[in-house]
Design a binder for this molecule. Sequence first.
Ligand code: NAP
Length: 484
Amino acid sequence: MSFDLVLFGGTGDLAWRKLMPALFQAFRHGTLPEGGRIIGIARDDLGDAQYRELIRSRFDDVELAKRPTPEEFDRFAGLLHFLRLDLSQPQDYRRLADMLRERHAETVVMYLATAPDLFTTVCQQIAAAGLNRPNTRLVLEKPLGHDLESNREINETVRSVLSERQIFRIDHYLGKPAVQNLFAMRFGNALFEPVWRREHISNIQITIAEDLGVEKRGAFYDKTGALRDMVQNHALQLLCALAMEPPINAHADAIRDEKLKVLRSLHPWTPETIDQHVVRGQYGAGTANRQSVRGYRDEPGVDPESRTETFVALRTGISSWRWAGVPFYIRTGKRLISREAQIVVNYRQAPHAIYNAPAGSWNRLVINLQPRDGLQLHLLALGQENRRNGQSLAPVHLDLDFDKRFGSERVGAYERLLLDVIAGRLNLFVRSDEQEAAWRWVEPIMEHWAADERGPRPYAAGTWGPSASSAMIARDGLCWSEEC
Ligand code: NAP
């Protein structure tokens, strides 16, 4: 299948750090359809050869399971082209139309890896240049808007030029192998589904922790914050994957219909529940990787008086027969103690104890999303003490490390998502109504915080966030997984 992949923002951070390595990996794995062109677009005055050289030089700084040999890179570089174009200039799009017309590829993917304020212009100009054909697919990166209204505006513009089945809204968490395995585990095995409900599950915890600070993105982050940057999209998509009903089939809309139902069933917020069940924090100076690091307000690009949250912990619930009474906890932040993304499903304790079990022991399923992908099932078994009395249980776990089991050169999130766009598979992309439902749910928190003089709670870099996060979960008689 021939394709043209147009990378608007082809010299930007996302393009060289994530998209090019992902395309290279697909090329190396032989899964990138043959006969494709990758066309980088930016305002620099570069030719194809210079663009290839630029990408080659950047490859030294990206994460790749194995460095490419010069020959391997040269073969990949043969796919790369560059077009100088100012996206704010309508007349420039004619050059893109000419370039695409040269080939009449079966599929044209347009990937908007530019600042979001260009999205509307680009969509309008793509249409004005007659590039919104039935074989066009448009990929949109987060953030898609700043709130419900701006999200709707973008979606309306995009849908006025392309149909929903041509629009691929990326949430790269959905491309992570462990998230796909979560779907596979739930809907490909008979074992879990009967116990995937309130009668057996006590609570579910989702943690997306980063040890890095805002790095070079202080100015962007200061206008965004953890709620918009992580909760509204990634954390809620994980929650949907955990809580959704089994879809009627594996088609995109069957899956998205079920995710949408979850988003619509989340407990709505009131000012009282926000104060009680949502904690916002902001990192101060501390230690990361044994080095002293500055606080958020001292980061370049950040307002020294900033009230932007770099940490959120919250408790919510789902109004449904399956999940009534089961708390779902979400926690995410920057400059936390380590980089890890993990889901912990805590089961209820055995209803009647005939063994001695250590205090606070119960079955739990741990799904690790990063830094490694894997599943651990924590069980209780007769341990050392058994030699003496045969009555004492010890915690043990079954450990499935996907990297070990399937090899570390597995398909990464962006690789998988890019291949899906080229193939037209929408399963792992977010529909506009899902996005709107997610914004609608977080918006009362945003509004409440904007009017609340108290601001975020400070926490030292290199910790698990403000102590109020532990206190919030402790009020339910529970603890975060690392605390118990
Ligand atoms: P970036 O490093 O600032 O790159 C922006 C790209 O757009 C550059 O290639 C830039 O090239 C090009 N560009 C800007 N204005 C242009 C214009 N008028 N005409 C043509 N090209 C133009 O930004 P980024 O970090 O890659 O982020 C891109 C998008 O992805 C943003 O929406 C961001 O929120 C999102 N995102 C990024 C990451 C990440 O890890 N970086 C992760 C998730 C989402 P010239 O200025 O040379 O023209």
